[in-house]
Design a protein around this ligand. Sequence first.
Ligand SMILES: Cc1cc2nc3c(=O)[nH]c(=O)nc-3n(C[C@H](O)[C@H](O)[C@H](O)COP(=O)(O)O)c2cc1C
Length: 220
Amino acid sequence: MQEYTFIDQAELDREAAYRLIIGCVVPRPIAWITTLNADGSVNAAPFSSYNYVATDPPMLAINIGARGTGFKDTARNIRDNGEFVVNVATEAAMEVMHVSGAEYPPGASETSALNIPLLPSRRVKPPRIAASPVQMECRLDQAIKLGRGGNTLYIGEVLAFHLSNDIYDGKYVDSVKMRPIARLGGPYYAALGEIFHRPLLKNPPVNEAAAAPGDQETPA
Ligand SMILES: Cc1cc2nc3c(=O)[nH]c(=O)nc-3n(C[C@H](O)[C@H](O)[C@H](O)COP(=O)(O)O)c2cc1C
C-alpha cells in the first residue's frame, strides 16, 4: 500500500510551509512584472505565485511577499501608482528574468542594470518588456492582505493585451510557439513538455467506449 507523510500545517514554521507549498503547486507560470519607481525608473521582477482569476473583465492575481516589515519594490510601486505590466516569461529570456529577481537596492532599476529592452505601453505608464511575446497592461483592482499579513494578493484588471504576431493568429495564442517558462519547487524551472489535445467535454461520457475515445479510432 502507498505510504504518505502527513503534515499538520499548524506544526510548520514559515520557511517549511513556503518550501512545501511551492513544491506542491507546480508548475507555476511566471509574471515578469514591470512597474514605475518613484523617480520614474523602471522596476522589473518575476513572480510565480500568479494566475488569472477572472475573465469578465480579465483579471490577474499575484501574491507578493513582504520584505521584512516593508514592501518589495513591485508591491510598493503597484500600491503607489495602481499600474503594472505582466510580461510573460519565456525560455529565451529565462536567464535575465531570473537575475532580475535578485534583491536590488530599493528604487533601483533592474531594466537599466540588466539592459532589458522596453516598449511603451498604451493604457498604463509602466513600459513592456520587449523580449516577452505577451504583455498585459494592468490596473490594480484590489489588494488583499492574506493570513498573518506576510503576503498580499494584488488583483489587477487587464486593460490591454499585446500579442506578438509570431504566437497569435488573431484568435488563439499558440502556447507551444510562446515557449513559456514555469517555476517549480526549489531552484528549478521547466519548459513545456508533451502537449495533449482534449477538447472540453460538455456532457459526461455515456458509455465506456465514449470514456476511452482512443478505442473508437478507426484502425488504419
Ligand atoms: C522565478 C521567480 C519567481 C518568484 N516568485 C515570487 C512570488 O510569487 N512572490 C514574491 O513575493 N516573490 C517572488 N520572487 C522573488 C522576487 O522576484 C524578489 O523578491 C525580487 O527581488 C522582488 O523585486 P522587487 O523588490 O524589485 O519587487 C520570485 C523570484 C523568482 C526568481
